[in-house]
Design a protein around this ligand. Structure first.
Ligand SMILES: Nc1ncnc2c1ncn2[C@@H]1O[C@H](COP(=O)(O)OP(=O)(O)OP(=O)(O)O)[C@@H](O)[C@H]1O
Length: 613
């Protein structure tokens, strides 16, 4: 990060602040190398009138105007601050310029860079966008523990101000000409907030256009911004130089009282107060009058002229695209993997839990079963089948819990960083699954090493290895399946339920324990071939039962109790031919892993299309 700031002349600190004082970057804009013109940008969305349970109103829709013909012009070397009360449309305006607006609404208007009209698909290649950090936290559902988690786990030990600087620095990697920032100062104390704005002004001074939305700027920043835009109800109520702003509002009859912050006064003046209908009508009318006065002013007309001039110029400079040079796919994967491992390794408790969760579960089984016996009348067969059922049926859940706990945070980061073109979402998915492999292997080996020998399963080291290799798969499949669904389903709770239901269905149809295959309707017999549980259970049955001889204590009144005298009989009756399919079953079981990885890549490619905003 230091390098990036140094490269951009900022020397990695806010040292420049005192030196530059409150000087405004490129105040005259005599010879800008780049200019951004936004012309009549409007955005409307269609909303249902009533809730879904009231069908008559739910069927009706109304059109809501979020942005209404917003136009402005900024030259390179300038910083523009967009003010406005909450819900005035600041973020939507930045989203529209950055090409990040979803396709849920209707976006109209034109954006020009250097007088050249941008195609929608070019927006993201030109502009860098630093989101509200708070937005990322909401995405991660971490708002309630913002400081403990963001400050401790994802970005350990860095302050809010430093975090903003990291976000800004990461955007500078692509050397953009236009940087858009959504509320980069929110949540910071006023001194740090000012430092961030001064830093941004300094970035603008290096021949860039910087546009920031900002809440409650301190009055000193008045001299820093080259352009101030005030929004209300999706309209641009005013856009011009700070001095022009004071004169303009004075000419409308609204003098800024002495010792008052002009930003606060003008934002209040142009906001619509919805607390009661009378006040709403009065404040709306005032806002409307000010907007009309602005649209009839010389400031507005000269801004429109500048847009026209830049579009009419015969020698228009080329569109300044962001630097797209990036490392190859393997290097990106390597960086993502290292970052994931580094973040995960900081959470010692998390690692311990991941390694021991299967073991804890193994303790339950061992405590419940104690020692496996050989006497069929004392549960020798039933206990073994129960153990296999547990090993196959429950392992996916531990994998699922890991993915649901860890991946949504990384997914949110990947959503943002992939929009910035740093890498693709599926690369983060791949890096994540590479990082889980050692955890899965070690945790399953701890589990099987304990359980296998404690309960006294077939005491053959080779069979133990086969048992471990089989149980590994449902654990990893549980994690992979969760990741695949997390690609297309946003809510981790829904994914949880989905994976749990799929697993229950799989073990029911695939294991043959609840109902023998021969007794199942044909459709379920066919479906069972699609379940990894079919191959896993069959393998574990052979691994445990093949060559096993039972003893029997004849019971009075149960003449058939001793009919089963060997494990081979269990295999022949329940899983005919399983012995000869042993290698094939292994191959088919392990084939689920690459298949799910491919499905995951597809799922995250679909996510690219689903997440537009
Ligand atoms: N896709 C959408 N569908 C419906 N309403 C939307 C959509 N996008 C934005 N809005 C609404 O438009 C209004 C403006 O939202 P926006 O986030 O741009 O405001 P803002 O000025 O950035 O607010 P804040 O300062 O609180 O972040 C809000 O009322 C918001 O709910």
């Amino acid at each position: 990060m230091q390098d990036i700031f140094q490269k951009n002349g900022l020397n990695g600190s806010f040292k420049g602040m005192s030196e530059m004082g409150t000087a405004r970057p490129n105040p005259d804009c005599t010879d800008p190398s780049c200019c951004l013109s936004v012309k009549k940008v409007s955005y409307t969305v269609s909303e249902r009138v009533g809730p879904w349970w009231d069908l008559s109103t739910f069927k009706k829709k109304w059109t809501r105007q979020i942005l209404n013909e917003v136009s402005f012009h900024v030259d390179s070397g300038q910083i523009m601050g967009i003010l406005g009360n909450s819900g005035s449309g600041k973020t939507t305006l930045l989203d529209a310029i950055a090409g990040r607006i979803g396709n849920s609404g209707n976006l109209l208007g034109e954006i020009f860079l250097n007088g050249r009209k941008l195609k929608t698909e070019q927006f993201q290649d030109c502009f860098s966008y630093v989101l509200q950090v708070t937005a990322v936290m909401a995405e991660l559902s971490l708002g309630h523990v913002a400081h403990s988690v963001i400050g401790g786990r994802i970005f350990p030990g860095i302050s809010g101000g430093e975090r903003r600087r990291v976000s800004i620095a990461s955007q500078l990697l692509q050397d953009p000409k236009v940087i858009l920032l959504d509320e980069p100062t929110t949540g910071l104390d006023s001194m740090t907030a000012n430092q961030i704005v001064v830093l941004l002004a300094e970035l603008a001074r290096r021949d860039r256009i910087v546009i920031v939305t900002i809440h409650q700027p301190r009055s000193e920043l008045f001299r820093i911004f080259n352009r101030i835009a005030i929004m209300s109800r999706g309209e641009l109520v005013f856009c011009g130089q700070p001095e022009e702003m004071v004169d303009f509002f004075s000419s409308c009859g609204y003098e800024c009282p002495e010792y008052c912050n002009p930003f606060d006064i003008y934002v209040d003046l142009t906001s619509v107060d919805t607390r009661c209908s009378e006040r709403e009508a009065a404040t709306y009318s005032r806002m409307h009058d000010i907007t009309s006065a602005y649209q009839n002013s010389e400031i507005y007309k000269s801004m429109l002229e500048r847009i026209e001039q830049s579009c009419q110029r015969p020698d228009k400079p080329m569109i300044p695209f962001k630097n797209k040079e990036s490392p190859n796919c393997l290097s990106k994967l390597n960086v993502l993997l290292r970052r994931t491992v580094r973040n995960v390794s900081r959470d010692r408790m998390g690692i311990l839990m991941r390694l021991s969760q299967n073991l804890i579960y193994g303790l339950f089984i061992a405590f419940f079963l104690m020692k496996l016996g050989k006497d069929v009348t004392k549960g020798a067969v039933q206990d073994r089948i129960g153990l296999i059922y547990q090993a196959m049926g429950a392992s996916p859940y531990t994998g699922m819990l890991n993915a649901v706990a860890l991946f949504p945070a990384l997914r949110a980061i990947a959503d943002q960083e992939s929009k910035d073109g740093l890498y693709q979402k599926w690369q983060m998915f791949l890096a994540y699954i590479i990082h889980i492999l050692p955890f899965s292997i070690i945790s399953v080996f701890i589990f099987t090493s304990f359980l296998y020998w404690i309960v006294g399963m077939n005491p053959d080291p080779l069979r133990f290895l086969c048992f471990s290799a089989v149980v590994m798969v449902p654990h990893i499949v549980g994690e992979l399946l969760t990741l695949v669904l997390l690609g297309v389903v946003q809510d981790p709770n829904m994914v949880n339920s989905g994976v749990a239901l799929l697993n229950i269905a799989g073990i029911m149809v695939g294991s043959g324990f609840l109902r023998g295959f021969k007794q199942m309707p044909v459709v379920f017999q066919w479906l069972s071939y699609l379940t990894f549980q079919k191959y896993g259970c069959e393998l574990l049955i052979v691994t445990e039962f093949y060559g096993l001889n039972f003893t029997c204590t004849p019971l009075a009144g149960m003449p058939g109790a001793c009919l089963v005298d060997s494990g081979n009989m269990i295999i022949d009756q329940g899983y005919p031919g399983a012995l000869s399919r042993y290698t094939l079953d292994f191959l088919l079981l392990y084939a689920f892993l690459p298949a799910l990885v491919i499905l995951g890549i597809i799922s995250f490619k679909i996510r690219d299309h689903l997440i537009k905003r």
